[in-house]
Design a protein around this ligand. Structure first.
Ligand code: ADP
Length: 339
């Protein structure tokens, strides 16, 4: 569902020469710790050196939810979250997938060179079929083709994502190879880049942190919610008694401390020697996460109170990309022999 756009501002000319990067994030309302540590940190870092394009992928979200009104609210919340975490509209382009219809058109063209068997073997398709057996819609199967179109329509060569996206990106590369082989060199094969935390485990300590699993730490939630989420974290399951020595290398709480303080080694040692208990380590982690994200949370609350400003950023982003998307489509039409 598209946002109601303000009159489109004139597209800003694009600085030539910087390699392009692209990444998409679903409008799920909240940003969790896995999103930030696994991907958004790289979005912020890379916007300085690359022509960075970031997309809120509402069409992708429609494969798992059909509540368009909710999606609309969440799209704006996700935009506000990304801006609060440091995306700077002066340095990068932030927009909503459904505001650039060329993505879906290119997806159709790419679908014609994509064997169904490639899509059927995608791990996320198999997983989603199990998760939503009553709604195995066509979008679930073809999702990676639209994702490929999202990336290659801007000829992006670098894609900052979490490691959970590696299989999808490999599929994008295969689709690119298939297209280039049939119609001539057109798209670069994009490369994934990971942060130093490419997979953040959820509060269950087993599965990756994910909204769909419900094991998240929501970085902009009120402090009490964050405390509750962190205190519910599963630590080292073999450490039964307070005096048992822990195994910090398998303790998710200890591993997360790595990102929130200068004293990771001391925390590791405290856990290993049972000088500190799991509850102490969790309490400390909760307070550090709350303090770390407090300024961004404040900024997020300010932004969400000015929805028109957020919409304006998104509209300007979509307008800026129009000429690029159209140019790629024209090139693809020509290469495929279409009108
Ligand atoms: P979710 O999996 O919670 O639905 P998205 O699919 O919208 O989140 O992912 C947005 C970005 O965040 C992607 O680049 C994805 O790889 C990254 N990401 C999501 N969850 C994690 C995680 N637990 N660890 C590392 N990166 C993650």
């Amino acid at each position: 569902m598209a946002l109601e756009l303000a009159p489109a501002p004139a597209p800003v000319p694009v600085a030539a020469g910087r390699p392009r990067i692209f990444s998409g994030i679903q409008p799920s309302g909240i940003v969790h710790l896995g999103n930030d540590l696994g991907a958004v940190r790289n979005y912020v870092r890379l916007q300085h050196d690359y022509e960075a394009i970031y997309c809120i992928v509402d069409y992708h979200a429609l494969t798992t939810t059909h509540d368009g009104a909710l999606l609309r609210v969440r799209t704006r919340e996700m935009a506000a979250s990304l801006l609060a975490l440091g995306l700077d509209p002066e340095r990068c382009t932030l927009f909503v997938q459904s505001d650039r219809p060329e993505h879906t058109e290119l997806a159709w063209l790419l679908a014609t060179v994509t064997p169904v068997s490639w899509l059927e073997r995608t791990p996320s398709y198999k997983e989603k079929k199990l998760n939503q057996p009553d709604d195995i819609n066509h979008g679930l199967l073809t999702y990676p083709v639209l994702q490929a179109a999202d990336i290659v329509i801007y000829k992006a060569s670098v894609v900052p994502v979490g490691r959970d996206q590696a299989a999808h990106l490999e599929l994008t590369r295969e689709i690119v190879r298939a297209f280039n082989a049939r119609y001539g060199e057109t798209f670069p094969a994009p490369q994934a880049v990971f942060t130093e935390a490419p997979i953040v485990l959820g509060t269950d300590g087993v599965r990756k942190m994910s909204k769909s699993v419900g094991n998240t730490i929501d970085i902009f939630a009120p402090p009490d919610v964050i405390r509750k989420q962190v205190m519910s974290m599963v630590t080292d399951t073999k450490r039964i008694l307070r005096m048992d020595p822990g195994r910090p290398s398998v303790c998710n709480v200890c591993q997360l401390h790595r990102h929130f303080g200068p004293d990771y080694e001391a925390i590791w040692e405290g856990e290993r020697t049972a000088r500190t208990g799991c509850v102490d380590t969790k309490r400390l982690l909760a307070e550090r996460i709350i303090a770390y994200y407090a300024p961004a949370r404040e900024h997020y609350l300010e932004l969400i109170a000015r929805p028109d400003d957020v919409d304006e950023v998104l509209a300007a982003g979509a307008a800026r990309l129009k000429p690029w998307a159209e140019a790629t489509l024209a090139e693809v039409h020509a290469k495929m022999g279409l009108r």
